[in-house]
Design a protein around this ligand. Structure first.
Ligand SMILES: [Zn+2]
Length: 267
């Protein structure tokens, strides 16, 4: 009997003591944060991902390449997507990447190696202006195209910290709240992974109190980097079932939260 009373008191203390709760639940009172990101603005995001996200009440970040075919032909659909609470993230105007061996698809005019720092800054600021015209917002996050971060040997994001709340890279890692680098946020890129494989990432994030950022390209087609509709659906359902343990929000909200929480962050 005494033992039961002790446990009851202890659990009450644990639930009502902010320090202990925060230690185990650092992400807005949850154990982990999961950010769903979709890159390159393709039709399958509008047709296959968005209806499921909206039916489950999950908000995501869509990293928009402004000059993509889908944006050119379905501008109003992208506006509606933003109006329903998803973030339009910046993924450049023209999707420049470093060309070279293995990157033969990169055209000469979109080769980042032919850019100057000023040119990529101008492109990203113009993309921000374009996205602002769609959603009215002046704060958003960026995703490096092909994970390429340098122009002329310099990290161009360093001169743009006031333009973005954070920037997503492509390294397969997850980090605790105080370890996240806001201008080099790691993520797990989905490339025909099964539900079980992706579920394991989610479970690891919960176990380690980490931020898990998922990067999707195709969803049921639209890109060679793909996820099946079934695996994507199962994963989103699993994340929804785990909402007591997982905070799911667009990258902009999570980045602003991290900025507030990290001691000594230069505001
Ligand atoms: Zn991309």
């Amino acid at each position: 009997m005494k033992k039961i009373v002790f446990i009851a008191v202890l659990s009450h203390v644990m639930l009502t003591t902010p320090g202990i709760t925060q230690f185990n639940h650092p992400w807005q009172g949850k154990k982990a944060a999961v950010v769903l990101t979709y890159d390159d603005a393709i039709n399958e995001h509008l047709d296959n991902a968005l209806p499921l996200l909206d039916s489950l009440g999950l908000k995501a970040t869509f990293y928009i390449t402004a000059f993509s075919n889908s944006v050119q032909t379905r501008l109003n659909d992208w506006k509606k997507l933003a109006a329903s609470g998803h973030e339009l993230g910046n993924h450049t105007l023209f999707h420049p990447c470093n060309g070279g061996p293995g990157r033969e698809w990169v055209s000469k005019q979109n080769d980042l190696q032919n850019y100057s720092v000023r040119r990529i800054e101008n492109e990203l600021r113009m993309a921000n202006l374009f996205l602002q015209a769609l959603d009215g917002k002046t704060k958003r996050t960026f995703a490096f195209t092909c994970g390429d971060m340098k122009v002329d040997d310099s990290l161009f994001i360093n001169g743009m910290r006031n333009d973005f709340a954070g920037a997503r890279a492509v390294r397969n890692e997850m980090h605790k709240l105080n370890e996240v680098d806001l201008y080099n946020i790691d993520c797990y890129m989905v490339n025909n992974h099964s539900f079980e494989e992706m579920k394991a990432w989610v479970d690891k994030a919960i176990q380690t109190n980490s931020l898990l950022v998922l990067l999707f390209h195709g969803v049921g087609g639209g890109n060679s980097l793909d996820v099946s509709i079934a695996a994507h659906r199962e994963l989103l359902l699993y994340i929804t079932q785990k909402q007591k343990e997982i905070w799911t929000a667009p990258m902009i909200e999570v980045a602003e939260y991290i900025r507030q929480q990290q001691p000594g962050f230069k505001h």
